[in-house]
Ligand binder design. Structure first.
Ligand SMILES: Cc1ncc(COP(=O)(O)O)c(C=O)c1O
Length: 441
């Protein structure tokens, strides 16, 4: 049958691509074997692992990275959005050198934490007060725990395909390591299905946690009507609305909340805001965040040795104040929109079953046509073909996520975008015959 022939042809192409990968990266393989003696699977961050073994990187410069095997790649992964500034921004470099000169294990309040907090509160309209953490996961943990304590309700609504950190994974099979909260999982972008679940749990839902565009789920933008419905329901029913903008805050000067016109009660942040250093933050309505004020009776305890670490604070301030200005955010995301349009045009022209979803400077490849409004729509996406795309892109010097995520960084210009478009065109030209021959079979 045509479908079987196609599946076989893709599997063969994939195994040839993997063989080429193995032959081309012997030093990374040796490093992987060495690492596996002390790290389970040679890995300390699951998302960076891919079989047969991951490539080891040795350097990053501008918008590129170099591997142990001596290959240069254009960095379209952008550290899953945390690498927005690229690898060598001189303003950030100076800020970090300044931090080195000032000493970096203070164990006291420093002025920089107020500066970074002021920049964040000025930028994101819903954030009146903010607290720092060390990761997006931690920020979500605090926001959810605070919402439960404030509302006195146990249930937390999340969405299929959502990712809010290593202990908040809601795509695919349930993660055995998820934090043991009472989660109610609803269908993303589905007003009717979500309302039914909300109404069935009225009185028990303490918070609704949502990414205004699902990032790890595949760069699936939330409908504004859907996000507005969540806002209205939360307001009417005494629940808190938490926007996880750990990834999406980069998509507009005021974050995606400014674009969709929805004011969450709490927002979580992370990634690039620390200027490339470990960072997380949760903030929002002053009356809610004041519960963390140590002068208040019964104040919530919020700890973290490195919450105000000097490197993150220094790089974060320099980045938001001097580099990722509102104008820079608009320009980067316009560049991303233009790039995505070109990539989709290349696939459409060739009638190749591939599309790039996303907004602005974040996108994800999917091996399917039709509209993608939730992870349910991604079921027909042909997984081995997506993996083949990954290996073919690596072969052409493009560094991107194994699952097909692509993020732009500030040092990227036309040359880098042209290079990606050309690499995708080559992929289509090389792999289209797989489909044609299968169709003829
Ligand atoms: C939407 C979202 N929330 C939270 C997190 C967790 O952030 P971190 O990896 O800093 O813990 C991520 C990480 O990818 C994310 O994409």
């Amino acid at each position: 049958m045509a479908a079987d022939t196609r599946t076989q042809a893709i599997a063969q192409a994939l195994s040839a691509a993997k063989a080429h990968y193995v032959a081309g990266n012997p030093l990374s393989y040796a490093q992987h074997r060495k690492a596996a003696k002390v790290l389970p699977g040679g890995n300390t961050r699951s998302v960076l692992f891919s079989a047969p073994f991951p490539i080891t990187l040795t350097a990053g410069r501008g918008a590129g990275v170099t591997s142990l095997d001596g290959r240069d790649y254009t960095d379209f992964l952008g550290e899953y959005t945390a690498g927005l500034y690229g690898h060598s921004d001189p303003v950030l470099r100076n800020a970090v050198i300044g931090a080195l000169d000032s000493g970096w294990v203070m164990g006291g309040h420093i002025r920089l934490e107020e500066e970074l907090a002021s920049l964040i509160c000025a930028r994101f309209a819903s954030i009146e007060l903010v607290r720092f953490a060390n990761s997006g996961t931690e920020a979500n943990l605090y926001a959810i725990a605070a919402a439960r304590a404030i509302s006195g309700r146990e249930k937390i609504m999340v969405f299929e395909g959502a990712y809010h950190g290593g202990v908040f994974i809601f795509g695919g099979t349930p993660s055995a390591l998820n934090a043991p909260f009472d989660f109610v999982k609803a269908p993303y972008n589905d007003i009717k299905g979500t309302c039914a679940l909300l109404d069935a749990n009225r009185g028990d839902i303490g918070a609704i946690v949502v990414e205004p565009m699902q990032g790890s789920g595949g760069c699936i933008p939330g409908d504004h009507t859907f996000l507005k419905m969540l806002r209205e329901w939360a307001t009417c029913n005494g629940a808190l609305l938490i926007f996880d903008e750990v990834m999406t805050s980069r998509l507009a000067p005021g974050g995606l909340q400014a674009v969709c016109g929805v004011m969450p009660d709490l927002t979580t942040l992370g990634k690039y805001i620390g200027g490339g250093f470990s960072f997380g933050a949760f903030g929002g309505r002053a009356d809610l965040m004041r519960r963390f004020d140590p002068l208040q009776p019964g104040a919530f305890a919020h700890a973290g040795t490195f919450n105000n670490n000097v490197f993150t604070m220094s790089a974060g301030v320099a980045g938001l104040r001097d580099v990722y200005t509102a104008a820079a955010a608009l320009a980067l995301n316009a560049r991303g929109d233009a790039l995505r349009t070109r990539l989709n045009a290349a696939a459409q022209c060739a009638r190749f079953p591939m599309q790039f979803t996303g907004l602005g400077s974040m996108m994800n490849v999917h091996m399917c046509g039709g509209s993608v409004r939730s992870v349910r729509d991604l079921a027909p996406s042909i997984t081995p073909l997506r993996e083949l795309f990954y290996f073919d892109m690596l072969r052409q010097g493009m560094w991107l996520a194994h699952r097909g995520m692509i993020n732009l960084s500030l040092p990227m210009g036309d040359a880098e975008c042209d290079r990606l478009v050309r690499a995708v065109e080559v992929f289509i030209e090389t792999r289209n015959p797989l489909f044609e021959s299968a169709a003829q079979a």
